[in-house]
Design a protein around this ligand. Structure first.
Ligand SMILES: Nc1ncnc2c1ncn2[C@@H]1O[C@H](COP(=O)(O)OP(=O)(O)OP(=O)(O)O)[C@@H](O)[C@H]1O
Ligand SMILES: [Mg+2]
Length: 321
């Protein structure tokens, strides 16, 4: 393998300059979410029967896997299930109305129900906060029914356990797990720009990577790690079941009929890949084959310019070295 033109260090630099959300931005957005959470906590002290029970930063900002292109701050809001409407539109109206009462400083139009979440927009700087409801019956471990952002269905899951699950993999391969996750997400983003049918949800990317990491894949050399991830995707055809044993035994997982089976690490009945068809899986596999070929070609390209051109097949035209 020739690393003459582009090596690990070049990918590190590319990641820092183009892929990763800069730390100051991440801190700023986390503070924004913390402000909302703190305000809800003090409101709850004065109104203990209030039905919004907790807010938790939940997406890539919480996991440390956010891309520079981040466009909203994901927060889950635990809603006491007893008197919350079950109809999704009514539930979102209900959530918006409760948020408006907890945050009287916001103008009503700053709190807007969307299809499967409620956005809270800040005037001036900052990003919108996307508040995703989770119906909650008081479980001490914070299990609840999350409103799927894909189709509005209810998924029994546990956000704090998801965060702990990812944290465990980040601890076993410090810096590298999160960095390779962001690089693969950046590849996905580039594929989506070329083909709007392409889908490969961040949560699934992270679970695939967690599976490989648990099997002993070393992620410390980024060109090699990417090559290994693409090879796994191509070989598995995205149709190899992935199961984790952090929170239940593999034997507890029942039969699924969907082609893509990446089972939620905290709920053995929830297949995170359930909405993916064979066509979706094939598109991921074909893109991974192309990306793997491009990295191979980059390794043997005679000039730097050509090497860059091959890496641009993986990461798009912003790849420069
Ligand atoms: N199918 C699912 N089943 C259970 N929980 C899910 C599912 N999809 C998403 N989640 C929860 O929502 C969180 C955020 O979703 P996801 O990982 O796809 O977005 P993200 O990390 O914010 O990435 P992006 O950078 O694309 O916004 C996940 O970490 C997980 O806790
Ligand atoms: Mg997100």
């Amino acid at each position: 393998m020739s690393r003459e033109h582009i090596g690990h260090g070049d990918i590190v630099r590319f990641a820092q300059e183009r892929v990763n959300l800069p730390k100051e931005k991440a801190d700023e957005y986390r503070n924004q979410a913390a402000g909302l959470r703190d305000r809800l906590e003090s409101y709850l002290k004065e109104h203990p029967d209030f039905t919004l029970k907790k807010m938790l930063l939940s997406g890539s900002l919480a996991k440390g896997t956010a891309l520079r292109s981040l466009n909203d701050i994901d927060v889950t809001c635990y809603i006491s299930g007893a008197d919350a409407p079950s109809d999704i539109r009514a539930l979102l109206e209900y959530l918006a109305e409760r948020l408006r009462s907890a945050y009287p400083n916001f103008k009503p139009e700053q709190v807007k129900p969307q299809t499967y979440s409620v956005t809270v927009s800040f005037l001036g700087s900052g990003l919108d906060v996307d508040v995703v409801p989770i119906l909650y019956d008081g479980d001490p471990d914070w299990f609840g029914n999350l409103v799927s952002q894909e189709n509005g269905s209810l998924l029994k899951t546990n956000i704090p356990y998801h965060l702990a699950f990812i944290r465990k993999r980040k601890t076993s391969q410090v810096t590298d797990f999160a960095q390779v996750a962001r690089l693969v997400k950046f590849w996905v983003r580039n594929e989506k720009q070329k083909n709007e049918q392409f889908r490969f949800k961040s949560f699934m990317v992270e679970l695939v990577l967690a599976h490989l990491s648990d099997q002993g894949m070393d992620l410390s050399d980024y060109p090699e790690a990417l090559q290994h991830v693409f090879t796994y995707i191509a070989k598995s055809n995205m149709q190899q079941r992935i199961v984790f044993e952090d929170y239940y035994k593999a034997s507890a997982v029942g039969a699924f009929t969907e082609p893509v089976q990446i089972i939620d690490p905290v709920n053995e009945k929830n297949n995170a890949g359930k909405l993916y068809t064979v066509a979706h899986a094939d598109a991921i596999v074909n893109a991974a084959l192309d990306a793997g070929d491009a990295i191979d070609a980059a390794w043997s390209a005679p000039t730097k310019q050509e090497t860059i051109r091959y890496w641009q097949k993986v990461f798009g035209p912003t790849f420069q070295a």
